[in-house]
Design a binder for this molecule. Structure first.
Ligand code: IVH
Length: 669
């Protein structure tokens, strides 16, 4: 007998919530990722079969598809205060004296001061209602859509408290900060200065998909309002939030007097570098809420709490050299070699300078005396140089003209801070080039993943991208964990990939900014690879979807002789170099812009997008005056309102299907 879908859905949600809590809050997963994914997949499948059963607190509802136009505002119930700072134990002693003037006995609860972004989250009847930033303390921004994506923050509490408003800190763990900055460096983007900026940047941007792609977490430390719940101390607040399934930092201590506070602060000053997130101090709070009432607050901060700030960990040292590295994606980045110094628990002897703009801006020269710290408590970084300490023998460095790994031309793609090696076969980036070349969106060679590519390159079997097309079965069989059967299969997949359309080959070449979608558009206009050698930026920019950045990188890719050679060899290996024209004549929806909103019943968003694109139309994520049609599904978002406001033609799902069909028929003629 089949279980009825309602109870199975509820059961799945309950189990998934519990596992999210185990994984994201307790850091103690009880099942494997694959098992968790299977539960989510089952819930997703049931919910798409029974869409009327979807509720906003379902674990599937963390990321909606909509990009926002702007944030609305939310008025805070009470002004959100900030804290006065103490920079020494003497400052703390003074704070303690002030407290003891008004209360007889001061028991403190000392917490970590998490270096993140302050947020307020409101639950109604136990369900996530909204979330706001601190803003000016009175009015914040409604960042609900972004906050919902943070898995440590429950969409449903353990009990249905009529209304609960809590304040906490959203933060980015140190490792995630390092990962995102590495990614930014590789993309030629500016890096985040510290995890706090990274967290703020991730919360205060309009696309929830971006927030979801970054691993953020949170700790809650204050109950602003709890309807029907009597709480008398900070300890009780923390316990209550913990019981409700909210993440509460376990590193706090109840201190009977200020001496105990000093001891705990000292302890943490040493332990802080071992924590997976950054703290910039400790927060000392009077535990009793009644005692807090006695002390009151000023306009800006409570008199019953203080932030003890750790002294910044910075050291002076000297730049011995500035070397240039080629990263795995071809980014050419300067690194300073330093006279070793002990910094935040480790010896530091090099500091990445991310890009040459930063070297220039901070005016860092070989031989300079510099001040260093660790960004996000892990990445050694030069804060500044001391020009007044120069002898005159210091040497400025410039970006190289030629790649230090392969001597090819170095280019600086428009809109990026990075300099890059333009050669797809540069030994420094060959593995990445190959991984990308074989990947699903590109040539889609099944079985040729990073592990296989690693071995092919390490063993010298592949020195240039085109070499994969001359691999033999024997060579493949020599690789680890590759039997005769899998070697034959891989060889077949390699051969099959020769038939891929030009758009995939263009994508596979890893031309900066040219993603699969733009490659499809491009290959519709220039359907043979030979044409690309002679294209000019101006010509390319005639195509509405092709901007200056893409035009420039397409031209510079084909200008590099080593790349042309690879293209010629790929042709010689028998790769297809044309895009079959699906249609004759001009595309009927050319120049028409569509926006999709809400859930479509008969197709997914990506299917709808494909239909539109195949007829020459384009799909964009936000509604503007230039939008021609807005396709409205079930439960449309703010894009619908905007479309109505701007008077844009609305299509329901049937009308959309009819429009597509009509144009397809037009076309078949
Ligand atoms: S208590 C009235 N506790 O530090 C309550 N703040 O200026 C004020 N912060 O804006 C905040 N960890 O963003 C408190 N355990 C903690 C905290 C904490 C980080 C942040 C918060 C606040 C700033 C203090």
């Amino acid at each position: 007998m089949l279980t009825d879908p309602i109870s199975r859905i509820e059961e799945l949600r309950r189990v998934i919530r519990q596992h999210e809590y185990q994984y994201y809050v307790l850091d103690n997963p009880l099942i494997s990722d694959a098992e968790f994914d299977a539960l989510m997949a089952e819930l997703n499948a049931l919910e798409s079969q029974y869409p009327h059963l979807i509720t906003p607190d379902s674990p599937t509802q963390r990321v909606g598809g909509e990009v926002l136009d702007k944030f609305n505002t939310i008025n805070h119930r009470y002004p959100l205060l900030s804290l006065d700072n103490a920079f020494s134990f003497a400052d703390l002693a003074q704070f303690n004296q002030r407290v003891l003037r008004l209360v007889n006995q001061a028991e403190y609860l000392t917490e970590l001061k998490i270096d993140g972004v302050s947020v307020v989250v409101v639950y109604e009847n136990g369900v996530f209602l909204h979330a706001a930033t601190r803003g000016d303390g009175l009015v914040g921004e409604d960042v609900s859509a972004n906050i919902r994506t943070i898995k440590a923050i429950p969409l449903r509490l353990k009990s249905a408290v009529p209304r609960l408003e809590v304040r906490g800190e959203v933060y980015m763990p140190k490792r995630e900060f390092a990962r995102i900055n590495q990614e930014k460096e590789e993309k030629g983007e500016r890096v985040f200065a510290n995890p706090r900026n990274a967290a703020a940047g991730s919360i205060r941007q309009l696309n929830p998909q971006v927030t979801a792609s970054r691993f953020l977490s949170a700790f809650f430390y204050d109950v602003i309002y709890a309807e029907g719940v009597a709480l008398t101390s900070q300890q009780e607040m923390l316990d209550f939030m913990h019981e409700q399934g909210l993440p509460v930092n376990p590193e706090y201590r109840l201190c009977p007097d200020i001496q105990a506070v000093y001891a705990y602060c000292q302890e943490l000053a040493e332990k802080r570098h071992d924590l997976p997130y950054e703290i910039d101090g400790m927060v000392v709070k009077l535990n009793s809420l009644a005692a807090r009432g006695e002390l009151g607050q000023t306009a800006k901060s409570p008199r019953w709490a203080v932030a003890y700030k750790f002294p910044p960990e910075e050291k002076e040292t000297r730049v011995v050299d500035i070397v240039v590295n080629v990263g795995r994606t071809g980014v050419i980045a300067p690194t300073a070699i330093l006279e070793p110094v002990l910094l935040a628990g480790t010896t530091v002897s090099r500091a990445s300078m991310h890009n040459f703009d930063l070297v220039e801006e901070k005016d860092i020269r070989i031989g300079d005396t510099v001040l260093v710290h660790k960004a996000g408590d892990i990445i050694p970084e030069i804060i500044r140089s001391f020009p007044e300490k120069r002898s005159g023998a210091e040497v400025k460095v410039k970006p190289p003209d030629k790649c230090p790994a392969c001597d090819s031309q170095v280019v600086r793609p428009a809109g990026e801070v990075a300099y890059r090696c333009a050669n797809i076969n540069c030994p420094a980036r060959l593995k990445e080039s190959l991984i990308f070349f074989a990947s699903r969106d590109a040539m889609d060679i099944e079985g040729m993943g990073p592990a296989v590519i690693e071995q092919l390159v390490e063993r010298g079997l592949v020195r240039r991208v085109e070499d994969i097309y001359s691999l033999s079965k024997e060579q493949l069989m020599g690789l680890e964990r590759m039997g005769s059967k899998s070697a034959a299969k891989l060889l077949q997949a390699i051969n099959e990939s020769k038939k891929q359309p030009l758009s995939r080959l263009l994508t596979a070449l890893g031309i900066r900014h040219l993603g699969p979608k733009t490659a499809r558009i491009l290959s519709r206009h220039y359907s043979s690879l030979d044409q690309y050698y002679h294209l000019s930026e101006a010509e390319l920019q005639q195509i509405p979807e092709i901007g200056a950045k893409i035009a420039e990188s397409v031209v510079s890719f084909f200008a590099e002789p080593r790349n042309r050679e690879t293209v010629e060899k790929l042709k010689a290996a028998g790769l297809n170099t044309v895009e079959e024209k699906q249609f004759q004549g001009p595309l009927p929806l050319l120049g028409k812009s569509f926006v999709l909103t809400g859930l479509l019943a008969t197709m997914t968003r990506s299917q709808a997008t494909q239909l539109i694109e195949a007829l020459g139309g384009r799909v964009s994520s936000s509604v503007s005056k230039k939008t021609d049609y807005v396709v409205v599904g079930e439960d449309p978002g703010s894009k619908y309102d905007k479309a109505v406001q701007l008077g844009i033609t609305l299509l329901n799902e049937n009308e959309f299907a009819a429009l597509i069909e009509e144009h397809q028929q037009l076309f078949a003629k």
